[in-house]
Ligand binder design. Sequence first.
Ligand SMILES: Cc1cc2nc3c(=O)[nH]c(=O)nc-3n(C[C@H](O)[C@H](O)[C@H](O)COP(=O)(O)OP(=O)(O)OC[C@H]3O[C@@H](n4cnc5c(N)ncnc54)[C@H](O)[C@@H]3O)c2cc1C
Ligand SMILES: NC(=O)c1ccc[n+]([C@@H]2O[C@H](COP(=O)([O-])OP(=O)(O)OC[C@H]3O[C@@H](n4cnc5c(N)ncnc54)[C@H](O)[C@@H]3O)[C@@H](O)[C@H]2O)c1
Length: 472
Amino acid sequence: MKQLKCDLLVIGAGSGGLSVAAGAAQMGADVVLLEGHKMGGDCLNYGCVPSKSLIASAKAAYGQGHSAGFGVANQLPQVDYAAVMDHVAEVVASIAPMDSQERFEGFGVRVIREFGHFISPTQVQAGDAIITARRVVIATGSSPLVPPIPGLNTVPYVTNETLFDLREKPEHLLIIGGGPVGMEMAQAHVRLGCKVTVIEGQRALGKDDPELARVVLDSLRDEGVDIAEGAMVSKIGGSAGAIEVEVNTGSTFRGSHLLMAVGRKANTNRLNLAAAGVETSRSGIQVDEQLRSSNKRIYAIGDVAGGMQFTHVAGYQAGVIIRSALFGLPSKARTSHIPWVTYTDPELAQVGLTEAQARDIHGVTLEVVRFDYHHNDRALAERKTGGFIKVMVVKGRPVGVSIVGHQAGELIGTWSLALANGLKMGQIAAMVSPYPTIGEINKRVAGAYFSPRLFDSQFVKRAVRFVQRWIP
Ligand SMILES: Cc1cc2nc3c(=O)[nH]c(=O)nc-3n(C[C@H](O)[C@H](O)[C@H](O)COP(=O)(O)OP(=O)(O)OC[C@H]3O[C@@H](n4cnc5c(N)ncnc54)[C@H](O)[C@@H]3O)c2cc1C
Ligand SMILES: NC(=O)c1ccc[n+]([C@@H]2O[C@H](COP(=O)([O-])OP(=O)(O)OC[C@H]3O[C@@H](n4cnc5c(N)ncnc54)[C@H](O)[C@@H]3O)[C@@H](O)[C@H]2O)c1
């Protein structure tokens, strides 16, 4: 056995692990990084990158079929599904060098391509190496949850790990789960010419404000996605190409292919966490506000820590623990300014509290201001007028923002900045947005907060009349 010593051992080379390893090594720490499978983890290989690339193909196809409103005749898109998947693979390959072993070795990181497991509270074995580290970061991510639904093991199905390997277009894709994976892939596939049925046990896009989720669901239904809500799957049967999904309401859905998108399970099984005294809960490794596990020398970040499961969260958490693990400074992870976006068309974006959460916490002190896309000139020019922004304001400061509409994901960044820094609505209103941009929506909603205060105020009117009498 090889014995290695280091300052920081990072387990998992996905969004979280790579960010920690790159930052720590470039700041002078001696870092070992373990990866048992593909460098780049889920986001690059099976998640964000392939899904957004597929969505881009679907958008191109949809554009061809919906250009008449712009004076350009509609065309029936000729979709070559295998070529679409080639595009997806090309995009993944073009980003892969950023996450490669060579690049990280260039930063001075020792990369070991093995799965690691704890053999003591400070030691991890990976292949023929035993690594003793001052601090360990577990960033092993999550895997698709495949629940033990009766009959599921008798039919072929795909998850996010195998969907992008398909070469033949599914004739009728059944998707179990109406979360972000299910809804993004449903719209992409209906636009690529598949028949799509989403089977959701509760409410589709259930983690988002229902008023905004409804706009997305209506849009998907208009495009032809069949969405069954309150339909918990109880049994699966049939055979390859003719799959049958039974739900608790008694209905049966039939399709040619099946995508399981019912959530994630934390990757803890290979780690032998008991040897390190690291405790877990149902959602993953238990961590405190500083992202330390029950063994204070071991941190957990990203999906394996069971909180918000997004690439930018893993990256943000990496920054939090670098401060604490490298400099010994206290550093807490916050969630109030973390945005998330579902990349359907229209997009759905949220940061901070939803209206219902804000009402629960702030009661009558809450003010909700709104602005509709159809008042935005650029949205009119682009024929993207569906959607709105809602800002939850308490004592002049935003505490949450929900946006549904064109480029909602681009708009939400401003509000993450506002929440991260405790900005006031006046500071958003002071921004000058170039005309005509979708981004003006952010300024206009801040304006909507102040207009009644300015235009409906008898005090302001009296003040103006008084001043006008006296100025030359
Ligand atoms: C279809 C889909 C689409 C998504 N789209 C988005 C999106 O648009 N935006 C967004 O922000 N998020 C998105 N996500 C979520 C995002 O992919 C994850 O939140 C992110 O990848 C988590 O990063 P991570 O570092 O925690 O884990 P991962 O990126 O999964 O990396 C973990 C790595 O650890 C390795 N590993 C596991 N166990 C061990 C071990 N014992 N030893 C060594 N290595 C190990 C794994 O092989 C893996 O490479 C999407 C997810 C899915 C499934
Ligand atoms: N745009 C993005 O940032 C993005 C995109 C995709 C995924 N993700 C991340 O990946 C995570 C996982 O996404 P997901 O969509 O797989 O999970 P999810 O937990 O968000 O949604 C799964 C859905 O499946 C339903 N479900 C569970 N069991 C069922 C059953 N037996 N029958 C019918 N429905 C059932 C649940 O009610 C839930 O609505 C997300 O929470 C998110 O963090 C992010």
